[in-house]
Design a protein around this ligand. Structure first.
Ligand SMILES: NC(=O)c1ccc[n+]([C@@H]2O[C@H](COP(=O)([O-])OP(=O)(O)OC[C@H]3O[C@@H](n4cnc5c(N)ncnc54)[C@H](O)[C@@H]3O)[C@@H](O)[C@H]2O)c1
Length: 254
């Protein structure tokens, strides 16, 4: 007997879905019946994610979006609504940040780009999706935070600030819109093997330093995060809002 598909006919937007965690999450949403808007600034990568989804029998459309641009984010939300309805689920996941920068090392353009792509993007996604969700009687938002928004990590100043902001904004949205039927939660990944962390996996010393802090002793995979995102987006978590769940191999308890 076929198992129940949790997101049948749900219109789901995933940002940063051309790569890594976003791609895996988009693929899994589609496998569960969702109609997925694959949003990313990397149009070619987004197209490849859509190809993977359609090859798998799912439904998806690519949407080239710069998540730091208000007009682009509004168009992303409007386009998803026009093509697939909703949006019922918004997964704010895209980011950009320079590695290896303390506060003094961070240039102003790097600071601005990190905040714009990693934090303002979440504000914009919520800003444009929420009115549609309220009008429809509800919706779900899942933000990708990071353990770096909760504990210190070396030389990652702008990123830590942005992710701390994502966690606070998650609570704000949850608080203000709970009675409108909107839930907003975040997942905080620990070290996950993706194209973004490739340099870490090629640097034995840094990798040892980081994995040494993990209770489980090894990094995670995008599917580990995707599972948590689908849980937070689905009815199984219907009584949860404003939370940030760490999926981190035990990083935060060590
Ligand atoms: N990989 C990890 O270890 C790890 C740990 C903690 C948190 N995270 C978080 O997980 C999320 C996904 O990271 P990942 O590791 O899969 O990275 P990734 O580099 O594989 O994917 C990030 C995607 O964001 C897109 N992007 C960048 N700037 C954009 C913009 N302006 N507009 C739209 N899209 C843009 C990129 O094109 C890319 O496809 C991020 O929020 C990241 O902070 C990752």
């Amino acid at each position: 007997m076929p198992s129940r598909r949790r997101f049948e006919e749900r219109s789901v937007i995933v940002t940063g879905a051309a790569s890594g965690i976003g791609r895996e999450t988009a693929v899994r949403f589609a496998r569960e019946g969702a109609l997925v808007t694959v949003a990313d600034i990397d149009a070619e990568g987004a197209r490849r994610t859509v190809e993977a989804i359609t090859a798998d029998g799912g439904a998806a459309r690519a949407c080239r979006t710069d998540v730091s641009d208000p007009d682009a984010v509004r168009a992303m939300v409007d386009g998803a609504a026009e093509a697939y309805g909703g949006p019922h689920v918004l997964h704010n996941n895209a980011y950009w940040a320079p590695l290896g920068r303390t506060v003094a090392d961070t240039t102003l353009p790097e600071w601005d780009r990190t905040i714009d792509t990693t934090l303002k993007s979440v504000f914009l996604g919520c800003k444009y999706a929420i009115p549609r969700m309220v009008a429809a009687g509800g919706g779900v938002i899942v933000n990708t935070a990071s353990t770096a928004g909760l504990v210190a990590t070396p030389s990652f100043a702008a990123y830590m600030a942005a992710k701390g902001g994502v966690i606070a904004l998650t609570r704000s949205v949850a608080f203000d819109y709970g009675k409108d039927g909107i839930r907003c939660n975040a997942v905080a990944p620990g070290l996950i093997r993706t194209p973004a962390t490739d340099p870490v996996f090629r640097d034995r010393d840094r990798l040892d330093f980081l994995t040494d802090k993990l209770v489980l002793g090894h990094a995670g995979e995008p599917k580990d995060i995707a599972e948590a995102v689908l849980y937070l987006a689905g009815d199984e978590s219907r009584f949860m809002t404003g939370q940030t769940i760490a999926v981190d191999g035990g990083r935060l308890i060590a």
